[in-house]
Design a protein around this ligand. Sequence first.
Ligand code: 5GP
Ligand code: ZN
Length: 114
Amino acid sequence: MTDCLFCKIVSGDVPATIVRESAGTVAFRDINPQAPTHVLVIPRDHHPTVGELAASDAGLLAELVREAHQVAVDEGVAETGYRVVFNTGSQAGQTVFHAHAHVLGGRGLNWPPG
Ligand code: 5GP
Ligand code: ZN
């Protein structure tokens, strides 16, 4: 998708601080971190939401979740605890319509989120 910010991060047209890559995914630091660890994990392929990703490529969704866990391990928050969030739709706060997992950790996280 030519007009998608995260597709441009995948292609390298928009710079990002990349922390992990796999065959199907890229993980990079959120530009506006909400926790000491705040990494976004995205599929290289364009899928607007996690639901559409699940419906069209369940294997890629599994890879995305595995990579989210590996980010938590790499960041040293897997033991203390971390949260994986897929905001879906505008009322839930999704602003970039290329599916992405937020990996948040490194501080106490309130439940339920706001
Ligand atoms: P959403 O609100 O769609 O769930 O999450 C989008 C996330 O992308 C936000 O947390 C926002 O800070 C992050 N973001 C927006 N633009 C950029 C960018 O250009 N680079 C990076 N690294 N993160 C971005
Ligand atoms: Zn995209």
